[in-house]
Design a protein around this ligand. Structure first.
Ligand SMILES: [Zn+2]
Length: 387
């Protein structure tokens, strides 16, 4: 897994040294502290992995019409909505049409999906259920930190504010940096705390819409390009593995074996989404930060904050290019039951197509893999039973 999933871009030789029966893992670069991980000599010597989520084979078999019975799914609608969308640069508007805001679309998909999953027996929770942030912090709380980081990164006298939204050096302002600390780092770490210490789901679904560069958000470029891909955690950069905390989180994730669950799940969901949306797989322009994994052709490993920090299987969905001509028209058409004629074809609402295809993928996966094996895992026996 180190070679094929997590460390695919290489890493310094002392970061992890794998020998026949042990692995030596760097704990602290500065103090040169190491941890020795001893491999089990055989299956009976394996120690159980302490974790709170249950994989499909330890869920009791379920009736055909409730294939997700007892499964705890947390839905994580990506980004924020409402008036935060502009700050996040997840907003564009064509003429006088309704602005497109990714954080609003993902929440609407999550609500439709939640209803379907509950009908199938799942226990559904929301990592974000309104358009407001989960974190209690706000950009102003990070101004001093933003100033210090900018100075450290070679901007001796950072400007306070962005004067012109199209200014290419806007990223060097205290405002822009403190906003990133707020809506990305603080917000996602707060969501991780919710997932890890309160919700304890068996699976998190991160819901996003993709986009191609749209340039000026008030006069965006629309494109013919449209595609789909899904992400699981992995593909760490050598530089990222130099950080003691990221290396620790990577090792914890690897040893939790979340990958054994999230990869086949992502592949199966990708298959259903590809079938129902007709979208072709996204090809990253470079392989610098991603690694193609699985068998569907749609799934990549990538080290995102959410996929790294949520301590359970995480499938991160990136269907639809919001500023493709087809998707834009479908978003403007809104959400209706049934189909209507859009761009010359009878189509479902894009939000329902998204939610239905994810739900169908989950049904397909859990219908064939629920086992009812007794869990060898001491901690998971304290988790609520599937019955
Ligand atoms: Zn997104």
């Amino acid at each position: 897994m180190i070679n094929d999933v997590y460390g695919t871009h290489g890493f310094a030789p002392d970061v992890i040294e794998i020998k026949d029966d042990t692995a030596r893992i760097l704990i602290n670069r500065e103090a040169q502290k190491f941890f020795t991980l001893r491999f089990a000599t055989d299956d009976s010597a394996r120690k159980p992995v302490p974790r709170l989520w249950r994989s499909a084979k330890y869920l009791s078999p379920a009736k055909q019409d409730k294939p997700l019975l007892g499964l705890k799914i947390a839905l994580d609608p990506g980004h924020l909505g409402g008036h935060w969308a502009k700050m996040e640069e997840r907003w564009f508007q064509v003429g006088n049409s309704k602005p497109v805001q990714e954080g609003d679309l993902t929440l609407r998909v999550a609500r439709i999906l939640a209803t379907r999953l509950r009908d199938l027996g799942a226990k559904v929770s929301f990592v974000r259920s309104t358009d407001e942030p989960t974190t209690g912090k706000r950009p102003d709380d990070f101004r001093e930190l933003a100033r210090k980081i900018l100075i450290k990164n070679g901007v001796p006298q950072p400007r306070a504010d962005v004067l012109d939204p199209t200014d290419p050096t806007r990223e060097q302002t205290i405002r822009w940096q403190s906003e990133i600390f707020f809506y990305r780092y603080s917000e996602i770490r707060r969501r991780a705390a919710l997932v890890n210490f309160k919700l304890h789901p068996d699976l998190v679904l991160c819901l996003h819409f993709n986009a191609e560069g749209w340039g000026d958000p008030t006069n965006p470029m629309l494109t013919d390009i449209n595609h789909l891909h899904l992400l699981v955690n992995g593909s760490y950069l050598a530089d990222e593995l130099e950080f003691d905390d990221e290396r620790f989180e990577m090792i914890r994730r690897l040893l939790s074996r979340a990958y054994d669950q999230e990869l086949p799940l992502a592949d199966t969901i990708a298959g259903a989404m590809a079938r129902e949306t007709g979208l072709s797989p996204y090809a990253y322009p470079t392989t610098n930060s991603t690694t193609n994994v699985g068998t569907s052709g749609y799934v990549y490993a990538r080290n995102l904050l959410a996929t790294r920090l949520y301590r359970c299987p995480v499938v991160y969905c990136e269907p639809y290019v919001m500023n493709s001509k087809d998707v834009f028209v479908r978003i403007q058409a809104g959400d209706d039951e049934g189909t209507r004629n859009i761009n010359g074809a009878e189509q479902k609402s894009i939000l329902r197509e998204y939610a239905d295809s994810v739900a169908d993928g989950l049904v397909e996966y859990y219908s064939k893999t629920r086992g009812g094996s007794r869990s060898p895992n001491a901690m998971s026996q304290t988790a609520p039973s599937a019955n």
